[in-house]
Design a protein. Sequence first.
Length: 86
Amino acid sequence: MAEKLIIDMPLSVDITRFFSEQINLLTKGELKHYNSVWNGNQSDDYYRGLIAGMAVVEAMLQQDLRKQVLGVIAFTADKLAQKEIV
């Protein structure tokens, strides 16, 4: 059975470092593309959340939970919307 995936757990420094080290796997063309779509003016908390969300999606894909990715996005968006409405 797959390990229970917690979708709103903050990332540890080790996990952030692991993903950061993957930069060496990108081609020059990929780096150029990502730099062209990066504005870099968000808060560190925003980027931590972005990485955490992408890490959850990566874990879900590794557990063959592709069909549940949109469900997690919708669920999380709904939780955020409920906070913003109140």
